[in-house]
Design a protein around this ligand. Structure first.
Ligand code: B12
Length: 256
């Protein structure tokens, strides 16, 4: 079986769903640094190629579109995580039908799962982000306004070496470090936390916004608040706004 056509199809399918920040990494290299439940491979198998799935600001609109089409998703535990899962699964299904793969199916590991892989490690390996003094990943074009959603563990051999792009944080002693320290002082993160302290989220967001790279790619107000708080009310507000915009557009169209 030839890897390249399926891989290009997969990248295209991911990109058509708004995942505009994808790359390749090695499962074995990831596993070296992380504890067992978060590892991608069992010790019995050789190294495998991992497709790292992330996005910049634009993906939010795709999510809202999906939620408008399927409002029942709003009742799920975390609607945005649910949309991410549906999109990644659809991309895999369309580009790599199970019957074309040896040794059974691929495994998709989500960034939001209970024992997630280290998306920071995978993003660095894939050359998608460099890490600055605050530990935030930043991309040359989008700065820190990027998120990582999933790792698709394929049955293909891993790339022999990781990407070597230096990224925008290389040599930067930028303002994010002190700003993030300030946020951590103002709203300390308790050990084992799975959410940021709600009262302090703006300080963490400010530490991201202080980065001079990708300022035109910052998340919009609702997107930002949701990323930091996961508030369902934020999502409802964003959807209401979207409906208002589309009804205004259709009124304008009908009056032309
Ligand atoms: C759990 C988690 C958290 C916990 C962190 C607990 C802690 N010990 O700090 C909470 C909810 C508090 C949190 C907060 C934030 N997180 Co967080 N977090 C995750 C998540 C879902 C899992 C991490 C994990 O267990 N990985 C598995 C282990 C093996 O890998 P690891 O990389 O060693 O994991 C450690 C670090 O990643 C650290 N951590 C988690 N988030 C962040 C963010 C920063 C800036 C730093 C320095 C460290 C850090 O916590 C992990 C456990 O110690 C990841 C997604 C993922 N799967 O990687 C996102 C992720 C790492 N977080 C992210 C972000 C943006 C943040 C915040 C800046 C804002 C936010 N949206 O909440 C803050 C900053 C907090 C900080 N430490 O300064 C992004 C980073 C993207 C980027 N551009 O760099 C990720 C990749 C999520 C995503 N969808 O993109 N996070």
């Amino acid at each position: 079986m030839r890897v390249d056509p399926i891989l290009s199809d997969l990248m295209r399918e991911l990109s058509s769903r708004g995942f505009d920040l994808c790359g390749l990494a090695s499962a074995r290299r990831h596993d070296r640094g992380v504890p067992t439940p978060r590892q991608l491979l069992s010790t019995a198998v050789g190294d495998r190629l991992v497709v790292v799935v992330g996005h910049s600001r634009g993906w939010w609109d795709r999510c809202l579109d999906t939620l408008v089409e399927e409002p029942a998703l709003l009742d799920s535990l975390d609607p945005i995580d649910e949309v991410a899962e549906r999109m990644v699964e659809a991309a895999v299904r369309v580009s790599a039908p199970a019957e074309s793969l040896p040794d059974g199916a691929w495994e998709v590991r989500y960034a939001h799962a209970q024992h997630p892989p280290s998306m920071r490690d995978l993003a660095a390996q894939a050359g998608l982000a460099s890490f600055g003094p605050a530990g935030l990943g930043a991309h040359a074009r989008w700065g820190p306004w990027i998120s990582f959603r999933a790792a698709i563990v394929t049955t293909w051999p891993a790339p022999t070496a990781g990407e070597t792009s230096s990224g925008p944080c290389e040599g930067c002693r930028g303002p994010c470090g002190p700003a993030m320290e300030e946020a951590r002082r103002a709203a300390p993160i308790p050990a084992g936390a799975t959410r940021l302290p709600l009262a302090g989220w703006r300080a963490y967001a400010d530490a991201r916004a202080i980065c001079p790279v990708g300022t035109d790619a910052r998340y919009g107000a609702d997107q930002l608040e949701y990323h930091y708080t996961h508030g369902r009310d934020v999502l409802r507000r964003a959807l209401a706004q979207r409906r208002r915009c589309s009804s205004k557009k259709s009124k304008t169209r009908s009056s032309i």
